[in-house]
Design a protein around this ligand. Sequence first.
Ligand SMILES: NC(=O)C1=CN([C@@H]2O[C@H](COP(=O)(O)OP(=O)(O)OC[C@H]3O[C@@H](n4cnc5c(N)ncnc54)[C@H](OP(=O)(O)O)[C@@H]3O)[C@@H](O)[C@H]2O)C=CC1
Ligand SMILES: CC(=O)N[C@@H](CCC(=O)OP(=O)(O)O)C(=O)O
Length: 346
Amino acid sequence: MIKVSILGATGYTGSELLRLLILRSDIEFKYLTSTRLVGRAVTDYYPHLKNLSSLAFTEYEAEKVLAESDVVFVCLPHGHAMTIAKQAKQYPVKVIDLSPDFRLDDVAVYEEYYEVNQTASDLLPSAVYGLTEYNREQIQSADLLANPGCFVTSALLGLLPVMGSAHINPKSIIIDAKSGVSGAGKSATVANLFAELQGNFKAYNVLRHRHIPEIEQELQKFSLDPVQVQFTPHLLPIERGIFTTIYIDLKEDVSEAELRELFQQQYVNEKFVHLLDKGQLPEMKMIRGTNNCLVQVQVDKRTHRLIILVVLDNLIKGASGQAIQNMNLMFGLDEQKGLNLMPLTP
Ligand SMILES: NC(=O)C1=CN([C@@H]2O[C@H](COP(=O)(O)OP(=O)(O)OC[C@H]3O[C@@H](n4cnc5c(N)ncnc54)[C@H](OP(=O)(O)O)[C@@H]3O)[C@@H](O)[C@H]2O)C=CC1
Ligand SMILES: CC(=O)N[C@@H](CCC(=O)OP(=O)(O)O)C(=O)O
């Protein structure tokens, strides 16, 4: 039995972890934390989980949570996981951080983009970046795992198969991404009100989004030439899902078949990442509620560009599903355990 605690169990990624883990017979929940709902029954707040949990939300008490859990998922806003990971060093507990605190190697970049001090920089070298398909070996032995960002997961799964290719110009990457509103978390803001979102569509953080340095950092690890990306996020009036369209200049004539082969080789044995057949195009409803990521690759001979289309569910492959994939690896389990989910269509 794996003893699991979820810090921030009332938020979107925390509740998605609950949903995905609650029926597993090898998981026992120890603490589900909140600051607002301490003492309230979990099934009172989440009536759809009726009869599935007898727990109440508690506050975070390090000496209890960390001593009694095998793994702690941190589903809190940025800035909290640094303290928790430091405290966790005193206990034999693994930490899976869904927040951005341990994703950026460069302390100055983290502090610039997130506007808080990086107070656990001594732990950065031991923090393993959890893009599962590319980092399995390190993930298996990780005690501190930095789960990737949701937009970042879509960009990396779309781009990494071609990052080492001499055919592409890695300074010409344009990432045009659209996300459902749950990507913004559960906290109420005027921008997230139904009347603002419904029937609307907009770009935000056009030149400066927090995911830009994370995308460039991870892509650069796979490219000898300098990488630069143009990333523009958009907000879709839907609950969940990310659709990312990527454009890259090709340096020379190269066939679509040759580039598709790179993706095929990379993903042929993957359970959760799939290259679509030629002629198929990804759609949000193909991945909604699943840990799957669908990728399509096309070459425009007229403009000499490679176009990569990626869809995934921001709360699952972009957050809690990937976190469970990583937990499974960290505990020596089948990586797919509990994640064989079918999408809701229509
Ligand atoms: N939403 C997404 O698609 C993705 C989110 N992430 C990251 O995961 C983390 C969680 O995101 P998400 O679930 O969307 O966020 P939510 O806003 O939905 O939930 C945040 C949680 O944190 C708790 N919380 C809020 N403020 C504090 C505080 N000051 N101290 C302690 N607890 C606090 C809330 O609990 P309560 O109010 O009950 O105290 C709630 O449970 C974030 O770091 C986010 O960047 C990563 C990938 C995708
Ligand atoms: C729609 C929306 O607002 N999306 C969020 C995604 C950020 C997120 O999920 O946070 P991580 O950095 O932990 O991945 C945003 O653009 O800020």
